[in-house]
Ligand binder design. Sequence first.
Ligand code: GDP
Ligand code: MG
Length: 841
Amino acid sequence: MKLSDLHTGQIAVIAKVGGHGGFRKRIVEMGFIKGKKIKVVLNAPLRDPIEYELMGYKISLRREEAAMVEVISEEEAEQSLRPSAAQHLSALTPTEQEQTELEQRMQQMAEAQGHTLRVALVGNPNCGKTSLFNVASGSKEHVGNYAGVTVDAKEGTFQFVRPTTGERYTIVLVDLPGTYSLSAYSAEERYVRSQLIEQTPDVVINVVDASNLERNLYLTTQLIDMNLRMVVALNMYDEVRKNGDRLDYDQLGILLGAPMVPTVSRSGEGITALFEQVIDVYEYKSEVARHIHVNHGVELEKSIDRIKEVIQKNGQIRHKYSTRYLAIKLLEGDREYNAFVDTLKNHDELVSARYEEQQRIQRELSAGAEEALIDAKYGFIQGALKETHQLSHAKKHGESRSERIDRIVTHRWLSYPVFLTLLYLIFEATFTLGEYPMQWLSWLVDQFAAFITMSMPEGVLRDLIVDGVIGGVGSVIVFLPNILLLYLFISLLEDTGYMARAAFITDKLMHHIGLHGKSLIPMVMGLGCNVPSVMATRMIENPKSRLITMLIIPFMSCSARLPIYILLIAAFFPDSGSLVMLALYALGIAVALVSAKLFSRYLHVGGDLPFVMELPPYRIPTLKSVVRHTWEKGQQYLRKMAGLILAFSVVIWALGYFSIPGEEASVESQMTPNRAQSSLHELPRCEGGKDREAGLTASVAPQEASVESQNRSCLEWVGRAVAPVFSPMDFDWQMSVGILSGVGAKELVVSTLGVLYADDYADDDDQSTTRLQAALIAHTTPRAALAYMVFLLLYLPCIATIVAIRSESGSWRWALFSAAYSTIIAYALALLTYVVYGMVG
Ligand code: GDP
Ligand code: MG
C-alpha cells in the first residue's frame, strides 16, 4: 500500500520509492530505503504534512510525497501469514515469536514488492515498441506498420529471471502510443507524458529506431529533461548492421547518461540484455545511468535557471515534476503547463518571469524560445552522434546544408588548416583594419587634451585632468576599435555556429592536456581580453576543465599587452620585430598548455565526466544580434576604462606628482641638466598643443609638473623600494613601477613609463614615441627589455581578471592561486630569458 494510506500509530516496511529522479534522490537521502521500518507518528485526515518516525528520527512528508512511497504494513503481512485468524489476532497482544515472524514476513513482502517493476515503452511511431512488447511479454498484440495503431496503453506482465544471479523479477510492461516529442500538440503526446508523470514507471525504456537516430533521439533529450530512470533500446539494429553504419553505443550511452542496448525486436535479439540493464538502472547498479542536463547554450540555460528558481518556490510540486523539465516546457510556451501554472500561488511572478525570458531569448537569439530549444536539442544530438556515429557512404545523399559544410569544416585533417586560416585572418583584420580608427581616436584624444590645456588655468587641477585622466584613459581608449573588431569576429564565429565546430575538432587535442574542446573558445577570446573570456568559461560543464581553463587564460596575451611589446620591440629589436612578437604569443600559449597539463594532473577538483559537445545548425547571423553581442562585450571594456583604469591613472599620476618631503631627488633627475628650467619653458609650449600622442604609436608624455624637482616623488620612492626584487634582470626603478601599475591594467605599463621617463626627453621635438624609445635605449639593454616583455606577458593578471576568476570560480582561493602561480612563472622565465640571452648574445 501507499505510505500515505497508513493511519497514526501503524508500522510498515518500505518497499520502494517512485517518482522522477530528483524526487527519488531527495527521498532516498532522507533515509527512505527499501527494507527500512517506518512508523506513522501523526496522520490526521486533513492534516498535511504527515509525521513519521524513521530510524529514530522524526520526518514529515507531504501527503502527495508519501503517496509515492510503497510500503508493506503489519496488517498486510498478518493477512498473508494467517488469512483467517487475522481479525482476532490483532486484538490480542502478539507473542514475541509471532512478532518476529510478522517482521520477517514484512521484510519478505517488501523485498518481493521491490522486485516488481513497472516499465514503460516510449518511442517514436514505428520504432518497434509493440513488437518489443510482444516479444518480451509473450503476448500477441496486433503489430501494425503505420502510425497510430497503438491508441491506448497496453499492459503485459511477465517474469524475468536474471541469467547471472537467478533473481526473479515481475515486470509490468506498458506499451505507450508512439510520439515524436512530448509537447502538448497531439492527444498521443499529452497521453504519454501524463502517463510518465502520473503513473511514474520505475524505469522507462526509450525505444529508438537505430537506423534513424537523429530524429529518434529528439524524444530522448526530452526524456532526459524529465529526469526519468531510463534505458535506451537501439531497436532495428539489424538495419544498422545491414547498412554498414557504425555506432559506438557504449560511448553514446555514457554521454547521454542512459545505458544503450542494441535490440532486434522482430527476432528477440538483445531483449534479455535490455531487461538486465533495466534492473541495473532500477537498483542503482548501472555505472552508465546518471542525470545529465542537455545543454541548450548559455542564453537558454540562463532563462531555464531563472524560471526554475521561481518554480521551486512552490515546494509542493517538486515531488511530481522535475523543475528543470517544467521550466523548459514553460519557456516553450506549453499550453497545458501554462494552465497548470495558473494554479500555483506565485503564478504572477512565474508568468512575468517567463514572458521576460521569452522576450530576452527573442532578442538574443533572434528566435522564439520553442524554436531555439528545438535547435539546441538537435545541436546536442548532432554533437553526440558526431563523436559516436559513422554513417556508411551509401546514406550520404540527401544530407542537409549543415552536414555538407561540416564535412569539410570538421574533416579529419582539412579542419585544422581551415581553423588556423580563419584565426589568422581574424587577427590580421583586427590589427590592420583597426589601425585606422585607432589613429582617428588618438587624434581626437590629442585635440581634447590640447583644448583642455588651453582653456583651463594652470594648476593641479589641469595637470590632473590632462596628465592623469586624459593621459591615462586616453592611452587605453585608442584600443577600443581593435577590441570591438576582435569581438565582432568572435561574435560572428559564435553566431554562425562555427565556434562549436572549432571546439569540436580541437577536443581530442585538448583532452591530452586535461582540457575540453570547449576550452578553446575562451582561450581564443583571451587574446582579446582576459576578463570576458574568464566569464565565457561558463559554457564548460565539467567543473575541472572549467577551472583549469580559467587559470590558464591569463597566459593568453591579451590585447592590452600589445602596446608595450610594440614599444620595446621598436626600440630594441627593430629588425626582428614580428619574430619576437610571434615568439611572445607562442610562449604565452606554451605556458598555458603546460600549466593545463600540470593542473589536470595535480589539482583535484570536481568530477571528470564526459559530456556532449553541441553542434548547432549553421545559420547566417542577423546584423542585429552580431552588433548586440559585439557591443555587449565592448561595454565591459569601456566599464573597465571608466572604473579601474581611470582610478589607477589618477593614482599613478598623483604618486608621481606629489613628493615625499626631505627625500633626495633621484640621481637621474639630478643629472638631467637644467631640469627645472626646461620644465619652466615647457609649460607655455604645452598650451600650444604639445604633441600628445597616445596608444600604439605613442604613449602619452605628460609633463611632470616638475615642482618636485628637489624631492623624490612618491612613485619613485615606491619604485625604488621594489626595484631590488627585479635587479637580477636589470630592470630599473621606472620599469619596476611599470610592472606595479600593470597590475591595475596592463595598458598602464606604457603610459607609466611615459610619465616616468618624461624628464629625459623633455627637450626633444620628435614624436613622443621615438623619444620614449630613445629614453628606453638610454636606460636599459635589449637583454633586459626582452626579459621585461616576458615578465609582463606572464605575470599577475590584471585586477579585473583576478576579480573575474574569483567570481567565476566562487572563491578567492583560486584567484590568489592564479596570481601567485603566474607571478612565480613570470619571474622564473624572465630570469631565464635574461640569463640565456646573456650567454647567447
Ligand atoms: P510501434 O509503432 O513502435 O509499435 O512499432 P511496431 O512494433 O508496430 O513495428 C513497426 C514495424 O517495424 C513492423 O513492421 C515491425 O515488423 C518492424 N520492426 C519492429 N522491430 C524491428 C526490428 O528490430 N528490426 C526490423 N528490421 N524491423 C522491425
Ligand atoms: Mg505500436
